[in-house]
Design a binder for this molecule. Structure first.
Ligand SMILES: [Zn+2]
Length: 147
């Protein structure tokens, strides 16, 4: 529940939220490729006309992902700034919508959104810096590849 925002509680003024993201965040999201990380997220929600909002999300920190070359854990620095439109809805969300929709009761679950923003900040190819891989592991892996 820690990453939920009640849009009903937002008046006409911009509101800001700060979230800490750590291993429990990634553990709760079962699909997470990222196993660990230490990040902080800052979220600004600016009310717009009607039941819509402009949301700015800034995330900074690092995640721990397996290195593509040696499979050992490595830290990847993440610094993202994203803007999305949010709409409060009382109906079934339109899946084709490019805006983020709240749940029927007006709450917004930020956890999947924050995870998506972090995930896109991690390149498909991510390896340790040259010379920082676990050479022993690489040798072991390459020996498995010999038929
Ligand atoms: Zn490596």
């Amino acid at each position: 529940m820690a990453y939920r925002v009640d849009l009903n509680a937002i008046g006409k003024e911009q509101v800001s939220f700060d979230f800490e993201i750590d291993d429990t965040f990634f553990a709760a999201l079962k699909q997470a490729v990222v196993e660990d990380g230490v990040l902080s997220a800052h979220v600004d929600i600016q009310p717009k006309a009607g039941d819509s909002y402009r949301m700015q999300v800034g995330i900074n920190g690092y995640v721990v992902v397996p290195c593509d070359r040696c499979l050992e854990p490595m830290q990847w620095h993440v610094s993202v700034q994203q803007e999305v439109n949010v709409e409060k809805t009382t109906t079934v969300p339109d899946v084709n919508s490019d805006v983020v929709l709240s749940e029927k009761d007006g709450t917004l679950d930020l956890a999947p959104l924050l995870y998506d923003f972090i995930a896109v900040a991690i390149p498909i190819q991510h390896t340790h810096a040259e010379g920082e891989c676990n050479e022993e592991m690489i040798n072991k892996l390459s020996s498995y590849m010999v038929n």
